[in-house]
Ligand binder design. Sequence first.
Ligand SMILES: NC(=O)c1ccc[n+]([C@@H]2O[C@H](COP(=O)([O-])OP(=O)(O)OC[C@H]3O[C@@H](n4cnc5c(N)ncnc54)[C@H](OP(=O)(O)O)[C@@H]3O)[C@@H](O)[C@H]2O)c1
Length: 288
Amino acid sequence: MKLCLGTVQLGLKYGINNQIKRQPTKNEGYKILQSAYEKGIEYLDTASVYGTAEELIGQSAVLDSGVMHVITKLDAGIHSGFVNEVKKSLERLKQKSVDGVLLHDALNYYDRLQLKELLQVKEQGLAKSIGVSVYEPRDAVRIAGDGIVDYIQIPYNVFDQRLDYTDFFQLAQKNNIKVFARSSFLQGLILMDPDKIPYQLKEAEPFIKRYREILCDHEFSAAEAAMLFSYTNENIFNVVFGVDTVEQLDANLETIKKAETFKDCRNALLGIADGISDQILNPGLWEV
Ligand SMILES: NC(=O)c1ccc[n+]([C@@H]2O[C@H](COP(=O)([O-])OP(=O)(O)OC[C@H]3O[C@@H](n4cnc5c(N)ncnc54)[C@H](OP(=O)(O)O)[C@@H]3O)[C@@H](O)[C@H]2O)c1
């Protein structure tokens, strides 16, 4: 299954459209993690800056069997001492090593010393794979072309098809880099009622309306099509998705069973939001 459960939603109050209006409780967090494990999800995405997420994962039993892989990220604001930083994450996760450690920003990657420290994390056996989580397509293309890392995490969704117009996916494949794609729901913005969009993000409104219009001709809900758009990109190794409840987790697991019937709908959605600005596509720039 090409799914990686994101955990920022479990460690912090997060999301533009947060339906439960709060961070899940510790118990709810455990249930989401346990349920993901039992239902066959094999990857977790976390980070040292995701509030209590690493501790929650460590205190749960989901890593015990060795089937679940965890990928964590270094704090982008810390520029040295990566081996020690990873050791702190390992302590919180109660692990001796992890599947992956990512830089949380391409800027860290461009600093020769920081990249060297990341490589040391792998050399010392603290992570099987190393990588970078990027925000901008140009960074994804450059890092894929360098072929130094094992993983790249990108933003990608039905509104953000920018990387499809570049040679990113070909470069990643050529250099054996596994691509993790986050933001399938753009934090929930893609699923929002157009009337409830905050005024700072009003530019998204016509695109959301157009999305809904297209879906009227297909048998997929807005949430299903958003997940399937990423999931059916064959160059994506894993879709990193977030949930606030076990019900959303189950809904997404049901959705991917429909992947084989999604082709026509996917074609209808190609290029749907071409020209939408970075102000919408990058939640880091949202001032809401
Ligand atoms: N730079 C980075 O490396 C970076 C940045 C951001 C996130 N991430 C990772 O990516 C993960 C996902 O975060 P994201 O920002 O990309 O979020 P996302 O997956 O685009 O959206 C997650 C939100 O979509 C809604 N949702 C999910 N399934 C749904 C369903 N079946 N029906 C209706 N709504 C549904 C929920 O929001 P509601 O609250 O509206 O219900 C959920 O919180 C994070 O947990 C984190 O691990 C990494």
